[in-house]
Design a protein around this ligand. Sequence first.
Ligand code: NDP
Length: 326
Amino acid sequence: MFKALVLEQQDKQTLSSIQQLDESTLPEGDVLVAVDYSSLNYKDGLAITGKGKIIRDFPMVPGIDFAGTVIESSGSDFSEGDKVVLTGWGVGENHWGGMAEKARVKASQLVKLPAGLDERKAMMIGTAGLTAMLCVMDLEAAGITPEKGEILVTGASGGVGSVAVNLLATLGYDVVAVSGRPENTPMLEALGAKRVMDRSEFTENARPLDRQYWAGAVDTVGSSVLAKVLSQVKYEGAVAACGLAGGFDLPTTVMPFILRGVKLLGVDSVMCPLAKRNEAWKRLAELLPESYYEAACTEIALEQVAEQAEAITRGQVTGRTLIRLK
Ligand code: NDP
């Protein structure tokens, strides 16, 4: 038997409860993992509260990411005792996920932990950190180097944003964080932000083209904030867009693209190919300083997840939230 957070649906409402389940109820897969840590992402918040249509088949164990230890594997890629991390692939959405003491998944979905990361550190990074790294890698591939100018990070005190601030600062970029929560300014500065701007400066209607401020940006918010950012990106700059915390619309014009050569780079971590994931995890292990693991992280038990899920959908969670299962 093992403990799991289980989501069920009744009268179109999503209900969550902690249950003891038998191993035989786990879905099919070739690797059985003892989950040490999962984490709470914005998408988990939407799934657990039922505010987003993330889950279609119930009952479901949520948790779009986890890190743990292989218990058994029917293939040759993994053996008992291997330390692994999983993010995305629809796990926690259409296949039982990480908010349980055990998970059974496909070997092709697992990444072996690179040197320098243990299970706890891997989940402090989690889907959010992986996504931040993918954004940074895409900006680098678009030729955005530190000497080109300041890089903006929106939704900066969230999971993706806080890691993006830290990674970019570690790589030598001048990072300007955008946050709706002034009380998080000291944390963002400690993570490496050169200065912090208030979100309200990015929410009024954007003109098609504004003054050129930013060499690049990581946007986790979407909607009018992304539109404003695009109107302020310098000639041949680039924006890595990965989120919709402020909405999924994009009220912009083609002007930044056709008059300034601005590039809008879409970033997806869910179906990201394994080779790029392995590269991203390796770089995360190398780049994130020890101080990252001491700041901007809260650890909770499975019993506290429902309450925190509600908070993350209201934009009230700061940094990363770890769920301890071992
Ligand atoms: P968090 O909730 O931790 O962070 C989002 C941040 O956005 C908040 O902390 C807040 O930062 C800001 N924010 C919240 N609500 C609003 C609002 N209404 N308007 C403007 N800003 C707002 O979420 P994550 O960091 O986990 O995820 C961020 C986004 O990225 C989400 O939309 C998520 O779905 C997406 N995502 C996408 C992935 C992909 O593969 N493409 C993978 C992972 C996440 P502050 O208070 O500092 O302003």
